[in-house]
Design a protein around this ligand. Sequence first.
Ligand code: SF4
Length: 173
Amino acid sequence: MRKLLFQSLFRQAFTEPAPLPDDAAVTELATAIGRAARRRLGRSLSIREVDAGSCNGCELEIHALNNAYYDVERFGLRFVASPRHADVLLVTGPVTLNMREALERTYAATPGPKWVVAVGDCAFNGGLFAGGYACASGVGEIVPVDLHIRGCPPSPTQLLKGLLALMEDASRR
Ligand code: SF4
């Protein structure tokens, strides 16, 4: 026992090293999203996250957008608590049977103009959980989807790139 404790003091962590931060790229992406949102909406972009049955891996990456490193709120991207205040619904997970109605009601409660972004491979087509007894389907079969951001899970930078593509496309219309 003493030997194990002693070894644990000097053993390296088993986890992978964190990727090097790329401040400039994040700042550029988030600034461009804020600018495109102001062009299209005349104000900041409000995002409502909807977990429709994910494993929470996608949520961890979405939550990272608000951590001290990404801190996207400083660029005018706000996560809101109600769909009534949202412009974008960020939906994760294969839609489970239990969450299907909640997703439909959340979509109905969101005022236009509104966009739905399906985040992760599960949200695209059920991913790992496709065909499972508790799953309905991908998000696109329940509510209209404007953009899929693939990945299992997609990184915060991929999420920002997706939101930028969405806002640029929306501000051209
Ligand atoms: S895409 Fe991957 S990380 Fe996201 S909910 Fe599905 S299994 Fe989890």
